[in-house]
Ligand binder design. Structure first.
Ligand code: DC
Length: 228
């Protein structure tokens, strides 16, 4: 039977870093569902369509083809056959993804794709609704949190590494706005699944979080085979 790890939580809690590293350690497929919402958001930005209005978004959805490919185990994301992996990590795309992810038809389209990608593989999937909606029977469900100050520091560090200087309070405000939108939307709001394990990462390093998850997985499924 395949093993599915669902990793949910608000922005900048370290979900994708942890998921990426664990996918290598365990030799599982990593599926970054946020990237798929970002792909949809990017389409509306590029085409100058006001995505804050749901009626503007819906007519284009059927023509949008989001797909994932793996190069040396690293996920690349394509929108209508264009590799957009390197264009989706901006504040503008973060906001657009958070806005379009509120719309039911956007969610339905991406959730069925995500379930298809998960298929019968061993996967680690990160997002907001993985444990609640996408993989309700996941082997292990983890809900990551961290204080908003710590998350702001982590996001600032990501930007600094890309040579972008940002203001602490601006980044904090943007994170709080996204948290609010993601937890208060009508369709599949971000929330901890009843059977998910809460991990507060404020005081934990990436490797400590990874080790904790491996420990929890071992408890669930017995000794797992690590690759490194
Ligand atoms: O994880 P991320 O920051 O790349 O996600 C971008 C946005 O996409 C996030 O603000 C909310 C939305 N999202 C979602 O609604 N459901 C998911 N499973 C993943 C992301």
């Amino acid at each position: 039977m395949s093993i599915q790890i669902a990793l949910d939580g608000p922005s900048a809690t370290g979900k994708s870093t942890v998921a990426k590293n664990l996918s290598k350690r365990l030799n599982y497929i990593y599926i970054d569902t946020g990237a798929m919402y970002r792909a949809i958001g990017l389409f509306y930005i590029k085409n100058n369509i006001d995505y804050d209005i749901e009626e503007n978004v819906l007519p284009h959805l059927d023509s949008l083809n989001v797909s994932l490919k793996y190069e040396n185990g690293v996920q690349r994301i394509f929108l209508n056959d264009e590799d957009i992996t390197d264009s989706i990590r901006t504040e503008e795309v973060s906001r657009a993804a958070s806005v379009v992810s509120q719309y039911l038809l956007v969610r339905e389209k991406l959730v069925s794709l995500q379930q298809e990608f998960a298929g019968r593989n061993n996967v680690i999937m990160d997002g907001r609704d993985i444990g609640t909606v996408v993989l309700p029977n996941a082997t292990l469900k983890i809900y990551l949190t961290a204080s908003v100050e710590e998350r702001t520091r982590r996001r600032l560090k990501d930007y600094q590494e890309k040579g972008i200087e940002m203001d602490f309070l601006d980044v904090k405000k943007e994170l709080e706005e996204r948290d609010y939108r993601d937890t208060h939307r009508e369709n599949s709001p971000l929330k901890q699944a009843d059977d998910a394990i809460l991990l507060d990462t404020t005081e934990l390093s990436v490797i400590e979080v990874e080790n904790k998850i491996v420990e929890l997985l071992n408890k669930k499924v017995g000794n797992i085979d690590e690759k490194i």
